[in-house]
Design a binder for this molecule. Structure first.
Ligand SMILES: Nc1ncnc2c1ncn2[C@@H]1O[C@H](COP(=O)(O)OP(=O)(O)OP(=O)(O)O)[C@@H](O)[C@H]1O
Length: 258
């Protein structure tokens, strides 16, 4: 579904954030990417929707190069890739429903989207997305009146409204308290699995990575240094990915619950 072929990213200041990444991710897989801050996790997932453009190599999604796509083709490919963010990126002063509907903009007629007009089918779909993330009653509430966990559910609903084939999540639960973080990750996994969506999630908690991933990819200094199942991702492996011993207080969500 997604393939990286020798992907390198060098930022304008000369910093090489990715050093020749080659990976194949099959349809429907739930992949968790782990690594210290600065390892290149965000850069890697942003090459999938071409928010970061590789300096070498290419990324293909569904067999087509998004790295080389331009104009209408790039917009169309991006419409099939949902993204959720650590800080939710909602329009705070408007309703939850409008935020979810904005996920439809990629498929809307340009004039209709300019006027903020949506067909009835989009409205029904937005309500259905809110139902799936468990907050149907919040549709007409202002986004900034919600708790963090609810705001991230809106973020997931907005991405789902795109009817994506791929979902990217950059530290989606890092701003949430541990029980809420688990609930939101559980929802994300369940929903993406139900819809067969290929999902990549950046996380920094080791136990959470093991609990939710089908596959764990470990990054260090712009390279993939581990690629395997949660069972294979032992404490020893994490020590190698992090280049230091495991710090229970920092690296385990379970510790934060206690
Ligand atoms: N626009 C940019 N210009 C220059 N350097 C950048 C830019 N964006 C990121 N970097 C650098 O590239 C490296 C990788 O960043 P990236 O955000 O991908 O790492 P990360 O593993 O996601 O870490 P974090 O969790 O802190 O975001 C870091 O050293 C970062 O400082």
């Amino acid at each position: 579904m997604i393939s990286f072929d020798g992907v390198e990213v060098t930022y304008p200041n000369g910093y090489q954030a990715l050093k020749g990444i080659s990976l194949d991710i099959p349809k429907g897989q739930f992949v968790v990417i782990v690594g210290l801050s600065g390892a290149g996790k965000s850069t890697l997932i942003r090459t999938i929707n071409n928010l970061v453009v590789p300096s070498k190599g290419e990324v293909r999604v569904g067999g087509r190069s998004i790295t080389r796509a331009r104009g209408a083709e790039l917009r169309k490919m991006r419409a099939g890739i949902g993204m959720i963010f650590q800080t939710y990126n909602l329009v705070k002063r408007t309703t939850v429903l409008r935020n979810v509907l904005s996920g439809r903009l990629g498929s809307a007629h340009p004039m209709a989207s300019l006027l903020g007009l949506f067909p009835k089918s989009d409205l029904l779909m937005a309500h259905a997305c809110l139902q799936r993330v468990g907050i149907p009653e919040k549709a007409y509430v202002r986004a900034d009146a919600l708790s963090g966990g609810q705001q991230q559910r809106v973020g997931i609903a907005r991405a789902l409204a795109q009817q994506p084939q791929v979902m990217l999540a950059d530290e989606p639960v890092a701003s949430l308290d541990p029980p809420t973080a688990n609930a939101v990750m559980g929802d994300l996994k369940r929903i993406t699995r139900e819809d067969g969506i290929t999902t990549l999630v950046n996380l920094h908690f080791i136990d959470m990575a093991r609990d939710y991933a089908d596959r764990i990819i470990g990054m260090r200094a712009g390279e993939v240094v581990f690629d395997g199942t949660p069972d294979e991702a032992t404490d020893q492996v994490f020590t190698e990915i992090y280049g230091r011993s495991i710090d229970k207080a920092k690296d385990l969500l379970g510790q934060a619950i206690r």
